[in-house]
Design a protein around this ligand. Structure first.
Ligand SMILES: [Zn+2]
Length: 698
């Protein structure tokens, strides 16, 4: 997952006529030079009380900069308007970059409260810029003359993007409509926070407690130890707790023999936000969709999807839906065949039940063992977190010549975070990388890449990007280091791809606009290397003996590459289709969320043994940047599978191909048209066959 949205240029917030700064500015680290290595945020000095005054000051300064652009007596030019706009708001971004990153990684009631205070300020400030007639008139003046002026590709992309952002935010509306637009934006900013707060509270309160040892039957020792440590940390010594966080949830579903307990933990997960309690998200989601519908209509679009997709590679809901439909049928067939194979195992056990959704992981694991003689817990010792990390570093060096040097002098926002200087082959510093691996109550679920600052050029110098990779991996226990599952290994490679994109970014301007359905290309291409035999030989070493993963095991991994692909594709596609169903509505006013979801899934013939990967009430992706965009992963899957073929055709670590990928994709995505960049890399448009082959859908 990618969190680039944090850096939308027109980021934050409002103009309070009178700004009182209760704290002396000199006590607030945001107000002065950081005096830290590479101008990294001084986390040791930043306190929650610093955010609000710093954001207010940032808004004030940004507004002054905007006013100066408007007040310029000279006619609008690219330099005095578009470039000036690109340069504005840096103080504000310095604060919001830190705040929104920390809001997800080390949140608290206090942080959430501050976020609710900031949301309307920032939404109003953004509207003050994008709905400013005089500013828009200047942007439009440059835009209208673009045919007669000479621009670089990046300049033209920036100009057209700026113009479009104003129009898409209502610059062409009348005053009454603009006022309504402001209200909608403010309400949306607040209610989206509410959705995420509810979800975090639900996740933290959804778990099962086991106090009878017999109920642990089937679980590997390491999973039992993890359950005991979780219980200990929750003040339930002597018991075992399993949560809805993936590192706890997945192995429990894979191995717990007690079917009733599997059902209990599975339900704890899929009922989040749907319990008719204070944290219920049904009405919240309905309100969000409704506001999005209204906003789209105001801007002249029938549905939110039509509005959103205009800026994506896919362009229209029809293109997305027909792409998803093309994959759906073969994927569903495959999943049904997988279910039938598992039912055979159940029947042979003579336990007398029909496979249910909470049985899938358990019997899939048995099937994996029976069919491929492969067992997740036998693999984990070869995927110790430190070894996987070193492997990824080696891959980055082989491809791009990058080196990673830990720097303990750089302040961190949590003691578990480690920081690296990322260097070019010639020793030049490329950027700073923060990594934060394990779950905690203050961190939201999933894995994502973000950062405190993006790369851009200022006064002939490249400003260093500060990139964060945040995950929820299996924790070490008292006597075992962190041993990753194959899924977690893939996630690490994936997020690292986003990180490389952020680190290598070489955009001239601060403003970028990456179509959301291309954003997963740099991340997903990395996953292709993870389980290649050549790559496994480099990093998959037994954590105790240092022995390289045996060839026989590598062979088994390779043979099982299509294992469970039907299920994974179906649960993913179902969620993508659910997302599209929500965003192709004209109004959500009279919708019953539960029935709507049931109907959307019934219409495509989803089998009861599989739920969509995210149900509506905990589908955080579509509350954020993936609205009408969850399909992006598989859309980009066409690109990354086709791009990886370019390596497979020659060699896995082909330096020339890597250099071209870096130059055209990693450095430029978001500053030129995505398909044009892809064609420069590949010499042609992408083909869909490599993706179909990879998922066993051909
Ligand atoms: Zn991603």
């Amino acid at each position: 997952m990618n969190k680039k949205t944090v850096f939308s240029k027109f980021v934050p917030a409002l103009l309070l006529a009178v700004l009182c700064l209760p704290l002396a500015a000199e006590d607030n680290p945001f107000f002065s030079a950081y005096n830290t290595p590479f101008d990294t945020p001084p986390f040791d000095r930043i306190q929650n009380t610093h955010y609000l005054p710093a954001v207010q000051e940032g808004i004030k300064r940004h507004q002054v900069e905007i006013d100066a652009i408007i007040a310029n007596p000279k006619a609008a030019t690219f330099q005095n308007t578009i470039e000036a706009l690109d340069n504005s708001g840096q103080f504000l971004e310095r604060v919001t970059g830190v705040f929104y990153s920390n809001l997800e990684a080390i949140t608290s009631k206090e942080m959430q409260e501050i976020a609710s205070q900031l949301a309307p300020l920032i939404s109003a400030h953004q509207d003050n810029i994008l709905l400013n007639d005089k500013l828009f008139a200047r942007v439009k003046a440059v835009y209208d003359r673009r045919a007669s002026m000479k621009f670089t590709v990046q300049q033209l992309y920036l100009l057209e993007n700026d113009y479009r952002q104003f129009v898409r935010n209502g610059a062409l509306l009348d005053e009454k409509q603009k006022a309504r637009m402001r209200d909608i934006n403010r309400d949306l900013s607040l209610i989206s926070l509410k959705f995420n707060d509810n979800l975090l509270a639900e996740t933290n309160s959804s778990f099962i407690v086991i106090d009878n040892k017999d109920d642990l039957a089937g679980l590997p020792e390491s999973v039992i130890a993890m359950g005991a440590e979780t219980a200990q940390s929750m003040n339930m010594p002597g018991k075992w707790v399993f949560t809805t966080q993936r590192p706890s949830w997945t192995p429990f579903l894979q191995y717990a023999d007690k079917r009733g307990l599997r059902e209990a933990l599975y339900s704890a997960y899929f009922m989040r936000g749907d319990r008719d309690n204070d944290q219920d998200n049904k009405a919240v989601l309905q309100k969000i969709i409704n506001l999005r519908c209204e906003r789209s209509k105001l801007l002249g679009y029938q549905t939110p999807a039509r509005f959103i997709l205009e800026e994506r590679m896919a362009k229209t809901p029809e293109a997305v839906n027909s792409f998803l439909a093309r994959l759906w049928k073969p994927a569903l067939e495959r999943a049904k065949a997988e279910a039938a194979e598992m039912q055979k195992i159940i029947d042979a056990e003579q336990v007398g039940f029909k496979l249910a959704s909470w049985d899938w992981w358990y019997y899939a694991e048995k099937l994996r063992k029976a069919k491929y003689d492969l067992d997740d817990s036998a693999l984990r010792p070869y995927f110790e977190l430190e070894n996987v990390k070193k492997g990824i570093f080696t891959l980055s060096e082989k491809l791009y010549g990058l080196k990673f040097v830990e720097n303990k002098a750089i302040p961190v926002y949590h003691p578990e975070v480690s920081v690296y200087e990322v260097k070019e082959a010639d020793g030049r510093l490329l950027g700073i990388l923060y990594m934060d691996f394990f779950p905690r109550d203050s961190k939201r679920g999933g894995a994502w890449t973000g950062g405190f600052r993006n790369a851009f050029w200022q006064k002939g110098k490249r400003v260093l990007p500060l990139v964060t990779v945040v995950c929820n991996f299996t924790k070490p226990t008292a006597d075992t280091p962190s041993l990753l599952s194959i899924d977690e290994v893939n996630t690490f490679f994936h997020e690292f791809g986003h990180a490389l994109n952020g680190l290598c970014a070489n955009n001239f301007y601060r403003t970028t606009n990456t179509p959301w359905d291309s954003v997963e290309l740099p991340s997903q291409i990395m996953e292709h290397w993870a389980l290649e035999p050549e790559m496994l030989n480099i990093y998959a070493k037994h954590y105790k003996t240092g022995e390289v993963i045996p060839a026989a095991l590598v062979e088994k991994i390779k043979n099982s590459s299509l294992f469970n692909q039907g299920f994974e594709t179906v649960e993913y596609l179902a969620a993508s289709i659910l997302d599209m169903a929500w965003h192709t509505l004209g109004s959500a006013a009279n919708i019953n969320v539960t029935r709507f979801e049931e109907k959307a899934m019934g219409d495509i013939g989803l089998i009861p043994e599989i739920l969509p990967r995210y149900r509506s009430t905990y589908f955080a992706h579509i509350i954020g940047g993936y609205a009408a965009g969850y399909y992006s992963y598989i859309w980009a899957g066409v690109l990354d599978a086709d791009a990886f073929e370019a390596f497979k055709e020659t060699s896995l670590f082909n330096k020339k191909t890597a250099a071209s990928f870096r130059k055209n994709i990693l450095e430029k995505l978001g500053t030129e048209e995505a398909m044009a960049l892809y064609k420069k890399f590949r010499g042609r448009e992408p083909k869909i066959e490599p993706l179909l082959k990879k998922r066993g859908l051909l």
